[in-house]
Design a protein around this ligand. Sequence first.
Ligand code: ADP
Length: 389
Amino acid sequence: MVDEEGKIVVSNPVAEQIFGYELNEMIGLSMEQLLPEQFRSGHVSLRKGFNNNPSPRRMGTGRDLTALRKDGKEFPVEVSLSFTRYNQKLLVMAFISDVSLSKKAQEALKRSEEQLLMYAAELEKKVEMRTEALNNMVGELEKEVLERKKAMLETRKALEKERELNELKSKFVSLASHEFRTPLSTIMSSASLINQYKEKSEWDKVDRHVHRIKSSVGHLTNILNDFLSLGKLEEGKVEVKIEEIDLHSFFQEIEEDLRPTLKSGQQILLDYQSKPKSIRTDSRILRNVLFNLISNASKYSEEGKNIYIKCDFGENEINFSIRDEGIGIPEQDLKHIFERFFRATNAGNIQGTGLGLNIVKRYAELLQGQVTFSSEYTKGSTFTISLPI
Ligand code: ADP
């Protein structure tokens, strides 16, 4: 406790111990003697300021305070100030704590914090570098895995394709050995009958058997063509060659080629808008498709039943529909009609392989088009192919 002039009037034993004085040795000293030389003059005016406006407060907030021991050593302190009056004289009390230890601890803490931060930064860098290396490695590995997967998938696909082709081939062999037998024996018997009728000069019978031979050969050719087309489709070997085709002559040719294969009394009746006169498509594929559909219409109709072909233009497409008044397709068979080797239950002994419509569908898809159909059992069927124009 100091008086207005800054002379120490009371000090407790702890204060004497902190500052290194003997018992009561501090009494009468100037307060400034407890400060390092360089702070003394400044402190005098600070003290006067406090005396003019005394209030309990902390001293030197935000600043490090340093005190001086009797032996000349300096040490950090924290000081709180208060005051009282005695006989109208101001007495100022300073509560002083030696904070050397906590200061040291703080500094050590700060140092170790700094070190920690440094380690952390280094660690972070290392982790970053390793992560990058790892990421690169993972990237490489992922790439490799992907490539291997791709290779595996391709191999599997190729194997699958190979298997399908083999299956198709063996199916064809069994189908051919079965389907070829009838036309071949017809050809054989007609040929020997022709010999007999020729000797007897029965020329109309000779003609009939020549016709039978021709249609059997035609049938064999159809089977072979179907299989050839399917093989090419399976192997992805069908190339689409777009060209301008004149519809009128295109239909005329088809009609002429098909006429000899029709049953007696059957006719192909064509109904088509003359505009536009030509379209751009692959003529060979379209011809194949129409040939197949018209042959079916004839094959699955009785003698004397006509085949109606309609060709009309939509906004963005051309539609060819082939209608017959034949045996139709039973309800339960409708959904299988485009499946390979499928034949409807009412096909009976009408010759066929069950490949034609499957080929038609795939050809239509090659031309970005589609095939649809409607059929009524015993009444007739209509198959429509739509191609974009
Ligand atoms: P195929 O005629 O050689 O048997 P398709 O694939 O051309 O083979 O036809 C599959 C089946 O669909 C035929 O077996 C037949 O049962 C039925 N089908 C196709 N077209 C017609 C049609 N116009 N009228 C009635 N049935 C048909």
